[in-house]
Structures are given as C-alpha cells and as structure tokens.
Design a protein around this ligand. Structure first.
Ligand SMILES: NC(=O)c1ccc[n+]([C@@H]2O[C@H](COP(=O)([O-])OP(=O)(O)OC[C@H]3O[C@@H](n4cnc5c(N)ncnc54)[C@H](O)[C@@H]3O)[C@@H](O)[C@H]2O)c1
Length: 442
C-alpha cells in the first residue's frame, strides 16, 4: 500500500516522534492533539516533552513542510492512534494490597474511544487505521472496530485495521523507533500487509506480522513478565531480610546458574507501563490471572516494606523524624514520576508523622500535592535524622560519603537499591541498612 498522507492522533512521547519520523521520511503528516496547549507549543516551535534529539527532529519535520500540527484530524491514507491508556482505580489512595482488592484498577480506554470517534468522519474505503496505544486483549477487533464501523464501512473488508505495540525505551526513543523489531497485527492478512508497508517507511528492524490480538498480547506479556520477575526479586529481598542474609550476594550467586536470571529488588515498580499493563490482563480474565494479580500486589506493597525498614532503623519511631528522601522518579536517570513507588514511600512515611524532605535531582519543581520538594541536595540533607536512598540515579551514585557527612547530622542510611558502597559509607561514620540484607548479613 502507498501512503501520501498520514494522520497521527496523540502527540506525546510516542505519537510525536512517530509523526515527525514519518515526515522526515518524506510523507505528509497531520499531527493531531486534543490538548490546545500541546498544539500551540508545537505550532510555535516549542516542545512540551523531554526526549533527547526530539527538538531537532520535530524542527526538521516542521521545516520540511511535511508535518502540520492540528487540533482535528483530516482525511489521510493511514491513521495512527497513540493516545494514553492509563488505569483508573475509582479511588486515589488504593495503592496498598488491601485497597487494590477492593478497587481493582481498570483500563481507562476513554482516550482510545475519543480518538477512534474523531477518525470516523474522515475514514474512507481503502484507508488503514493502526492502534499503537497499549490496550487490553481484543480492543482492536472489538472496541476500535465497532467505533470505526459506524462509518458503514467494514473493518478488514472496506478498510484495513491493525494493532502495533510500541516498545521504545524513554531516553532512546528516536533510535529505537527505527531500529527495534516491530510487530504488526492486522484483523486480516491484508490489514497486516498494509501495516507492514506503513512502518517499512522508516523501520529498519524486522517487521513481523501476526494477528491483532496476538500483537496486543505481546506488549502486555512483555511488561507482565518483567513485573512478575521483579515481584519474585522483591519477595527474595524480604526473605533475605528475615533469614539474615544479603539478597544481592545471593542473587549474584544464583545468577551464575546458566539458566537463571533473577532481576533486582527495589522499593517497588512504577512508571506508566510495567505497573499498569498487567492490570489489563487481570481485568480481562480475573479467573486466569492469580499469579499476575499477586505479583502486582507484591510490588505495590513494597513501599510499605521499605517504610518498615526505615521504622526499624529508627528504633520503631517515625513520628517527628526528619528523613531526606533521595530520588523520586520511577527509575534511574529519568524525570518521570508517574506511578513512582518512591513517591508512595514518601507519602506513607508522612502518613506516619515523619517529616520528609524529598529531593529529585532530575525534577526540582514537580507538582506533587502534599509533598514539599527540596530545591537542592543541601537543603534536603540539613537537619535530617536519616538518609533514604530510593532511586539509583547517577548523581546520587556519585555522592562522596565524607562530603555528605559534613552536610548532615544524620548518621543513618537506608539504601533500597544497593547503590552505595556500604563499607565506604560506614568509614565516613554512617550506619548503613540495605534493602534485602538481614541483620546477620551485614
Ligand atoms: N511513553 C512510552 O515510553 C511508551 C512505551 C510503549 C507504549 N506506550 C503507550 O503508548 C501510548 C501513548 O503513550 P505516550 O507516552 O505517548 O502518552 P502521552 O501522555 O505522552 O501523550 C499522549 C497524547 O495524546 C493526547 N490525546 C489524548 N486524547 C486524544 C485524542 N482523542 N486525540 C488526539 N490526541 C489525544 C494527549 O493530549 C497527549 O498529548 C500509551 O498507550 C502508552 O501506554 C508508551
């Protein structure tokens, strides 16, 4: 199939690089976003998200005249939907294992619905529609197809419809978009072929064809696999704590087995993918997913386990204690705080009366209701009783224990990510507690 004009709906971390990359490969692209601020920013040559290299790419796409930013779709040969698919819990405060049972999260497909509805007036015979948003199984053949068929056209017969998951790594999106293997799943073979032709415009990795629902499952299985494996690492950390051994040593020894690869424990699992996507499978088939459900609960309960470690380090008393929480992002060296377990740890500590000064080196001014962000490391450290390391950020790795000792009265460190060299910190006068290291293991 040939593509002269492509319409991309949703200009976030996925949609904007995708639209710009099509445009720099010579195709006319209408980039659509319902957020007027996003549209205005892009039309004025600005950028509303941070991703290395993206500014240059977007500017090149706009300058070529191939990329046009708009609040509404137009007729096109292909429509690509890259809108958010978060989850909704019905309540904000349920990220504890008990709360999650009472209010299990559900996929929020409202953005996919409104994007598909927005396409309806412009969809013509022979067009291709691709859903890229991470979605529950059978969303393409079900919900998306039903909405698009309001045109009177039939999916698979009159227009092509496919699902293609996005697997790019934030920080590496521009390179991975082009180089990663791409799975395309059509509702018919002809739809798969059309989707293959679309991505062949810029993808240099393999383009692998399958069915729409298989393609949806591939994405959900990838993230669920990681979630379940992190959950077992977190349980190993709890067991090591109880049995007085060092889980980090035990994992490195277990991983010498040629067919074992245990992941790293930590304060929990966050971000908008791994901590969200497994719920789509639990919601879709609760009777078939006890392991996936339990893993979600284990990882969501891990912040509470960290609070227990901190309480124990402070001899059972959290109320009134000043804690410097270092790192708030959901993973190292990013500024993304979505679903971050570090933020949950801070909230749980505050709920127990601790005074928390939170410092996030990659985001100094985040809007987190109720949480006071320290403007710099110095002010977080001043007057603290305990340093709580929550994210393995490079700038935190580089801290020198002797220098930190001069900036704070705290002589207690809780390291939840095994980042710091405990003997070095102990030489500088700190008592170091590490997640997953029981008393006898220290
Ligand atoms: N960011 C990632 O690293 C990543 C990786 C893999 C998959 N995904 C998936 O890709 C999808 C998009 O994620 P993202 O990170 O790009 O989201 P994002 O929040 O960065 O951007 C989504 C954009 O869509 C816009 N939007 C919402 N409804 C719209 C509509 N009806 N029409 C047009 N625009 C609309 C929003 O205003 C926003 O600008 C999600 O399903 C996500 O799970 C993301």
């Amino acid at each position: 199939m040939k593509f002269n004009q492509i319409c991309v709906l949703g200009l976030g971390y996925i949609g904007l690089p995708t639209a710009s990359t099509f445009a720099t490969h010579g195709v006319k692209v209408i980039g659509v976003d319902v957020n007027p601020q996003v549209v205005a920013t892009l039309q004025n040559g600005g950028l509303h998200i941070h991703e290395p290299g993206l500014r240059t790419l977007v500017q090149a796409a706009l300058k070529s005249g191939n990329l046009v930013i708009s609040e509404a779709p137009q007729e096109a040969d292909a429509f690509v939907i890259a809108v958010p698919t978060p989850f909704k819990t019905g309540r904000q405060d349920v990220r504890t294992s008990e709360g999650l049972d009472a209010f299990p999260p559900k996929a929020d497909l409202s953005y996919v619905i409104s994007a598909a509805e927005a396409i309806v007036p412009y969809l013509r015979r022979g067009n291709l529609v691709v859903l890229e948003s991470t979605s529950p199984p059978a969303t393409t053949t079900g919900l998306a197809s039903e909405i698009l068929e309001r045109t009177g056209l039939k999916a698979g017969d009159d227009f092509h419809l496919a699902y293609s998951p996005e697997r790019v790594l934030p920080g590496q999106i521009l390179r991975e978009l082009i180089e990663n293997a791409r799975v395309v799943g059509g509702v018919t073979q002809a739809s798969s072929d059309a989707a293959r032709d679309l991505y062949a415009i810029f993808v240099r990795g393999d383009i692998i064809q399958t069915t729409a629902t298989t393609a949806e499952m591939v994405k959900l299985m990838e993230n669920t696999y990681r979630d379940v494996n992190i959950a077992i690492a977190n349980e190993f950390a709890r067991l090591a704590d109880r049995f007085g051994i060092d889980v980090w040593e035990a994992i490195s020894l277990a991983n010498r087995h040629p067919r074992v690869e245990i992941l790293r424990p930590g304060p929990g699992v966050g971000g908008h993918c791994i901590s969200v996507d497994p719920w789509f499978l639990v919601e879709a088939a609760p009777d078939l997913t006890p392991l996936i459900h339990t893993s979600r609960k284990v990882n969501d309960a891990q912040p509470q386990f960290v609070v227990g470690l901190v309480r124990r380090a402070l001899d059972g008393e959290l109320a009134g204690k000043k804690i410097a929480a270092l790192g708030l992002a959901y993973k190292p060296d990013v500024d993304d705080l979505r679903e971050s377990p570090a933020v949950d740890v801070v909230r749980l500590l505050m709920a127990e009366g601790a005074k928390v000064a939170a410092y996030e080196p990659f985001k100094l001014d985040a809007d987190l209701p109720g949480i006071q962000l320290a403007p710099n490391l110095d002010s977080a450290l001043q007057g603290s009783d305990l340093l709580l390391l929550l994210v393995a950020h490079t700038p935190l790795r580089q801290l020198i224990p002797g220098v930190v000792a001069a900036q704070t009265d705290a002589r207690l460190v809780v390291d939840t990510v095994n980042l710091w060299d405990a003997p070095l910190w102990e030489q500088a006068g700190f008592t170091v507690v590490r997640l997953g290291v029981g008393q006898a293991g220290r």
